[in-house]
Design a protein around this ligand. Structure first.
Ligand SMILES: *Cc1c(COP(=O)(O)O)cnc(C)c1O
Length: 389
């Protein structure tokens, strides 16, 4: 008999061979556009802290005041004794912000997605997912036990054809802004298709909330979609909001159902109340400071235009996520390493996070970047790509 787990070491070698090995970089500074790595200062182009709030003084202060009032640990799950006044106030503010009846906090976006889908669906039901959906949405669908169907990326016609044949409760699930491509889901069409077949539409707007829409209301604000159009709206707080955690917003019945049945809500410790206080401060900035969204848009467009002029393969993105398609995984890693040597942190995204043969550099912008940062990144890219040919 072979030794148990004897395949682990060879499998690691295999991953390395394919240029797919993953490792961490140790950051020695707060989050921001400048990071310290190995004692060296680099310019950060891979964070999801799009609005530059992760280290904002107001957010930091609210966190400290929150810790003074509530301590660090929340002591238990929300349903035992962990649901503080800070959590409750944040939920009410998020409901108002998204124009939904209620909102419910989860400890992470990953847990929210798994919890929601498996609370709403079971055997005999059906879930429909865009094939480029985030891993947590796919995992939630698989875990639910419902019939699982992927439809072609952003393709409402393909979705409709699949919806017609399905039994039971039907849930259509999509990213709002696709995390590795930066494009928007065609939500109007998806909402129409879902309604026509009596399905609910769930949108994960991790990369749109705070960032897209005049008031930062995300992809549903952009398309003007109500709770009736998008009955399940999920957002994360660790990206545009710069803090940590996630929430689901929707009807009274949806939220009460989740409180009873979402296992990742019921069986986990509430996130620290101080984090909720920090998020309340960050929500105020998100709403008030639209200059952050405007600037982000300008910077992203400047980069996109410059990259096109360099002959780089940009993708169909109008968000702060501007990927450069490379194809080969090892080449993407080599370019990312060369950029780091030149003082820029840009992550190489490889399969299985993206489809085979579509490795890319995922360049993201922050409202704290300036035009000169964009131009310097473009210069470095031009030199590296020329050197690689
Ligand atoms: C980041 C992300 C999540 C997970 O959120 P966490 O709070 O980091 O667990 C879920 N969905 C999408 C689309 C994401 O980009």
């Amino acid at each position: 008999m072979a030794h148990p787990f004897s395949q682990l070491a060879p499998s690691l070698d295999d991953i390395a061979q394919q240029g797919l090995y993953r490792s961490r970089r140790i950051i020695e500074s707060p989050q921001g556009i400048n990071l310290e790595i190995d004692g060296k200062n680099i310019v950060n182009f891979c964070s999801n802290d799009y609005l530059g709030l992760a280290n904002h003084p107001d957010v930091l202060n609210a966190f400290k005041t929150g810790a003074d009032r509530y301590g660090v640990g929340s002591g238990s799950a929300h349903l035992i004794c962990g649901h503080s006044a800070a959590h409750h106030a944040l939920e009410e503010e998020l409901a108002a912000f998204t124009g939904r009846d209620r909102a419910l906090l989860f400890s992470t976006g990953y847990m929210a997605n798994i919890g929601v889908i498996s609370a709403l669906l079971g055997r005999g039901d059906a879930v429909f997912e865009d094939r480029l959906n985030h891993a947590s949405l796919l995992d939630g669908g698989l875990l639910s036990g419902a019939r699982f169907k992927r439809y072609a990326h952003a393709d409402a016609a393909d979705l409709s054809a699949n919806l017609e044949k399905a039994p039971g409760n039907k849930l259509v699930v999509t990213d709002g802004v696709f995390s590795m491509d930066g494009d928007f889901a065609p939500l109007n069409e998806l909402a129409t298709a879902a309604k026509k077949q009596g399905a609910w539409l769930m949108v994960d707007d991790a990369h749109g909330l705070g960032v897209i829409g005049e008031y930062g209301g995300g992809i549903v604000e952009h398309y003007g979609l109500s709770q009736d159009d998008v009955p399940v709206l999920m957002g994360t707080l660790g990206k545009g909001f710069g803090t940590f955690g996630a929430f689901v917003a929707g009807s009274e019945v949806l939220i009460e159902t989740l409180i009873q049945k979402a296992r990742t809500y019921v069986y986990t410790t509430a996130l620290p109340a101080a984090v909720a206080e920090a998020t309340r401060a960050s929500l105020k900035i998100v709403i008030a400071e639209s200059w952050r969204r405007d600037k982000l848009k300008k910077l992203s467009e400047r980069f996109r235009l410059g990259a096109e002029q360099l002959g780089l393969q940009v993708m169909a993105s109008s968000s702060a996520i501007q990927p450069i398609l490379i194809g080969d995984s090892q080449r993407a890693v080599d370019i990312s390493n060369a950029l780091l040597d030149a003082g820029f942190l840009v992550s190489a995204i490889r399969p299985p996070t993206v489809p085979q043969g579509s490795a890319r550099l995922r360049v993201t912008f922050s409202a704290l970047h300036e035009e000169q940062h964009v131009d310097r990144l473009l210069d470095a890219l031009a030199k590296i790509i020329a050197g690689c040919k």
